[in-house]
Design a protein around this ligand. Structure first.
Ligand code: NAP
Length: 334
């Protein structure tokens, strides 16, 4: 499986490629007959695998296709302001972003260059630079393994939260086959985060300019997994109470705290650097990326145990020093 994980970690198991809804049902029937556990895989950019996998069938999702329609189901007209984009779960996320940007549609530009497939995007409610998938998502077409039928879940049914959704809350129940997004032909830039705020006063700002800045920013800060195997942010940012935030600010005057509806968000990258003091640190072939310590890189041949040990070391140091429990953003399938 290491060939199918951007962290390049994992042992051997069986895999079937799913290219249609009928194919999905067939694969599930086969897995049931074999008594196999299943795991749905997109591009593997947020997952690493155990070294000894038993009784596990990987369903590699390759249902393709992208369709752009007006709200009344017609194809694009110049006069329309909003459009529905429906993409198959196997499409690469950034291909859909690029397509929408080329058509001068707003909504996805801040989410440029996020690795992975369309099918994976609602699972953790992908987000970047002040935009989350939930802000533009209309519905998700899924196979409900409980009722054994294909259904459409509306945005509110998905129970989206910070890197969270019903798909994480009820693991294994739903299999995403397509996602529908609502995009706008009117400029709707979200420029609250640095460095996008530099574009705030730019006249006639285009969606291409926003995408280009997001791409350059990500490329400077984040390692390409093809060169340095990684799975993006390894941990979620920490959400803490207001009281705890103020107490920490008393000790660490430069701690960045962002207000949320439930207290403060602390960038975990800051905790890894200043509390765990593990920015750019390597143990064997596993280490944090020097420009963004929230990213853990596999620099060579590593086992899942090596990675788990390294991640646990970070968690332990932060837990011991500031009593914050980190949550993993990356899936460990074993
Ligand atoms: P950064 O600018 O170094 O900031 C660190 C963290 O502070 C971010 O994760 C962000 O939280 C938070 N933050 C920064 N400005 C904020 C603002 N104006 N309001 C509220 N919160 C703010 O972050 P970065 O690592 O370069 O990442 C930039 C964006 O890309 C972030 O949104 C990040 O989540 C996203 N990203 C995601 C992944 C992934 O694998 N999931 C990887 C890289 C980057 P939020 O995370 O809540 O936005």
């Amino acid at each position: 499986m290491k060939e199918y994980s951007s962290l390049r970690i994992g042992g051997e198991t069986n895999m079937v490629v799913v290219r249609s809804e009928e194919g999905l049902v067939e694969a599930l029937t086969y897995a049931r007959a074999e008594g196999s556990r299943i795991h749905i895989l997109g591009e593997g950019t947020n997952t690493y695998f155990g070294d000894n996998l038993t009784n596990l069938l990987i369903l590699k999702m390759e249902i393709m296709g992208v369709e752009i329609k007006t709200l009344d189901g017609q194809t694009i007209r110049q006069s329309d302001s909003f459009f529905y984009v429906t993409a198959g779960a196997g499409e690469r996320w950034d291909d859909v972003v690029l397509l929408s940007v080329k058509k001068e549609l707003w909504g996805l530009e801040n989410l440029s260059l996020i690795p992975g497939t369309v099918g994976a995007s609602p699972i953790q409610n992908i987000g970047a630079y002040g935009v989350e998938l939930k802000d533009i998502l209309v519905s998700v077409r899924v196979y409900d393994t409980r009722t054994e039928s294909f259904i459409e879940l509306l945005n509110q049914d998905c129970e989206f939260g910070y890197r969270d959704s019903v798909f994480k809350q009820e693991p294994g129940r739903y299999i995403v086959v397509a996602v529908t997004l609502k995009l706008s032909s009117m400029a709707t830039p979200v420029l609250s985060y640095k460095p996008l705020d530099a574009l705030a006063h730019k006249e006639n700002l285009t969606v291409v300019e926003v995408r280009d800045l997001v791409i350059v920013t990500r490329q400077v800060k984040l390692p390409s997994w093809k060169e340095y195997p990684n799975a993006g942010s390894f941990f979620k940012n920490a959400l803490i109470s207001e009281k705890k935030g103020e107490a920490l600010r008393g000790i660490y005057s430069d701690i960045p705290l962002y207000e949320t509806s439930v207290g403060y968000k602390v960038p975990t990258a800051w905790l890894v650097e200043h509390i765990a003091q593990m920015k750019g640190v390597r143990v064997g072939n596993i280490g944090t990326w020097p420009n963004q310590p929230l990213v853990i890189v596999n620099y060579g041949e590593s086992t899942s145990a090596d990675l788990a040990f390294f991640a646990e070391t970070i968690c332990k140091k932060i837990m011991e020093k500031v009593d914050i429990v980190l949550e993993s953003e990356v899936n460990f399938v074993r």
